[in-house]
Ligand binder design. Structure first.
Ligand SMILES: [Zn+2]
Ligand SMILES: [Zn+2]
Length: 231
């Protein structure tokens, strides 16, 4: 980001799903925080037993981190979601509660070139039978969805707030999603395992003669919205 925009003000917005460690502990290492030209607006739900501000700034107290939040040179605003419908520039954003411990949301972004849904941590109800979720992700161009486990692993982890690949595919097919991105990979899964899960997901789509495209999320991945006609 800093290389792409080397000069001038940086106006950034960050949407947080929730305050579990794996979603917030990259923040103290986010390089733009250390530049006075950066203005960062962080939006998210409350931190369950703490406010969002307390959850985010607490992890930069001296017990955990050398630079306190109050000493950062950038201008940071932390806002707890009160309205689940809002706008960021030309993008309309909607939030919805996810099925995950604590207070967790997913987002739907209506951009001029397509709809993106981001549900990093949620446990779909078995067999894709989840009306609210189906409505929320209906005909999304891209759905980035928690697909942490394979079906077998899920048996012993049901109720932990994460989903399995089979349920993700069923949900995306029923909702008429165009592209599903398997996300929130299990820390115990290596690249081979993720490749196998992706193959399995694509086979499930083929078996149902679906048009759904499936990818496994990876670092540095770029998805262009709007198809070949867009510029
Ligand atoms: Zn979580
Ligand atoms: Zn997570």
């Amino acid at each position: 980001m800093l290389k792409e925009f080397p000069r001038g003000p940086l106006n950034l917005s960050l949407l947080l799903s929730h305050t579990h460690w794996d979603h917030i502990h990259g923040l103290p290492f986010f390089a733009p925080l250390y530049q006075s030209r950066c203005r960062l607006r962080i939006l998210g739900s409350e931190g369950a037993r703490k406010s969002l501000i307390a959850a985010l700034t607490g992890q930069m107290e001296s017990t955990y981190f050398p630079v306190p939040f109050s000493r950062l040179p950038s201008n940071i605003e932390i806002e707890e979601l009160t309205d689940f419908n809002f706008g960021i520039g030309p993008v309309l954003v909607q939030a919805q509660r996810a099925n995950h411990p604590g207070v967790t949301v997913g987002y739907r972004l209506f951009s001029p070139t397509g709809i993106v849904c981001f549900f990093p941590d949620t446990e779909p109800h078995r067999g894709g039978d989840d009306r609210g979720m189906l409505d929320f992700i209906h005909e999304a161009d891209v759905l980035i969805l928690d697909s942490q486990y394979d079906r077998q692993e899920y048996q012993t982890r049901a109720g932990w707030g994460h989903g399995c690949v089979d349920d993700s595919v069923a949900l995306a097919l029923r909702a008429g999603v165009k592209k599903l991105v398997l996300f929130h990979h299990d820390p115990d899964h290596d690249d081979r395992k993720i490749d196998a899960l992706l193959k399995h997901a694509r086979a499930l789509v083929k078996k149902q003669r679906g048009k759904l495209k499936v990818e496994a999320a990876r670092e540095g991945m770029t998805i262009r919205l709007g198809g070949p006609k867009s510029r």
